[in-house]
Design a protein around this ligand. Structure first.
Ligand code: FE2
Length: 277
C-alpha cells in the first residue's frame, strides 16, 4: 500500500513533483481506458471544441467554460481538415474528456476516491481536500498535441495556493509518445500568470511574473503504466507532441483545499461544491 515516507515528502517539497511507480494496478488502468473508449463511442455528436494551450488559438467557448461539472469532449486541432471536418475517426480525434469524470462516472469516481489516493493527498499536506477537476487525456498517436509549459495554478487558483495535481499513467509514457517534463524547483518562483474568467465570460491571461519557462532546466519524467506523478500546483511542466505510433493515455485529478478561497475569477465553475474523498 502506498503512502509517502519522509524522504518522498521532502523530495516533493524540494522539486515540486514526485514520481511513484507501480501505484495503480494494470487491470484498473485497463478498466479506465475501456471506460473512456466507451464514453467516446457513445458521445452524442456535439460541437467539437479544439483544445490547445496556445493562447491565440485557445477556444474559450461556452462548451469549454461550461464543462466544469460535466463530461465533455475536446478534439485535437490536427484532427480536422482545412474545411473543418474531422479528418480521422472520432476515437482517434479526441484530445481529452473533462472536467467532472470523477463525480459523474462511477468507475472514475471509484478510482479517484480510493483510500490510496486519499492517503497520498493527505501525505502531501493538503488540508480538507476536495476533488475539483479531472481530465482523461488521450495523447493520440501521430497527432497528439503539445501542452506548453505552464503551472496548473494558472488555471485553478486558490488563495492561499493549496492545490495539487495527480497524473496517472494508464499506458507507458516515454519521450517518444509525449511524457511529462518538469522543472525541478520551479515552483519556488511563484505563480507567473493567471487565466481569468471575466464577468462577461471572456477570458484573459494575466501576466504576474517574468520567468521564461523555456529557459528552465526541464527534465523528462518517463514512467510505466500504473505510475502516478504528483505535481505541486506551481511547478512548471509540459508535454511534447506525440508523433509516435503509440498513444499515451493518462488520467489527471486536481485536489484543492477547502480551507483556501476559490476566487470567482476561476474559469471552472460547478453547480455543486466539489466533494472530498
Ligand atoms: Fe498541467
Amino acid at each position: 500500500m502506498t503512502s509517502l515516507d519522509a524522504d518522498q515528502r521532502a523530495r516533493f517539497r524540494r522539486d515540486g513533483f514526485l514520481v511513484l511507480e507501480g501505484f495503480a494496478p494494470d487491470e484498473e488502468c485497463d478498466a479506465l481506458r475501456a471506460r473512456a473508449d466507451a464514453l467516446v463511442a457513445f458521445e452524442p455528436s456535439s460541437v467539437p471544441s479544439i483544445f490547445t494551450t496556445d493562447e491565440q488559438a485557445r477556444r474559450t467557448d461556452e462548451y469549454f467554460l461550461g464543462s466544469g461539472d460535466q463530461i465533455r469532449f475536446f478534439f485535437e486541432s490536427l484532427a480536422f481538415d482545412s474545411g473543418g471536418a474531422l479528418a480521422v475517426k472520432k476515437e482517434h480525434a479526441i484530445n481529452k474528456i473533462g472536467h467532472a469524470l470523477h463525480d459523474l462516472d462511477p468507475l472514475f469516481d471509484h478510482f479517484s476516491r480510493a483510500p490510496r489516493v486519499a492517503r497520498l493527498v493527505s501525505d502531501l499536506g493538503l488540508a480538507s481536500p476536495r476533488l475539483l477537476q479531472s481530465m482523461y487525456i488521450f495523447k493520440q498517436p501521430r497527432i497528439g498535441g503539445e501542452v506548453r509549459c505552464h503551472q496548473d495554478a494558472t488555471f485553478l487558483q486558490t488563495e492561499p495556493q493549496a492545490m495539487v495535481g495527480l497524473w496517472f499513467a494508464l499506458e507507458d509514457a516515454t519521450e517518444e509518445n509525449g511524457c511529462l517534463w518538469a522543472i525541478p524547483g520551479g515552483h519556488r518562483a511563484g505563480l507567473q500568470s493567471l487565466f481569468v474568467r471575466n464577468s462577461d465570460d471572456t477570458t484573459t491571461m494575466r501576466v504576474l511574473g517574468d520567468v521564461t519557462w523555456e529557459d528552465g532546466p526541464l527534465v523528462p519524467l518517463p514512467v510505466k503504466k500504473g505510475a502516478v506523478i504528483l505535481l505541486d500546483g506551481l511547478v512548471p511542466h509540459l508535454s511534447k507532441q506525440n508523433r509516435s505510433e503509440r498513444s499515451r493515455h493518462a488520467y489527471t485529478l486536481h485536489a484543492v483545499s477547502a480551507e483556501s478561497a476559490y476566487p470567482e475569477t476561476n474559469w471552472l465553475r460547478r453547480a455543486m461544491p466539489a466533494r472530498g474523498f
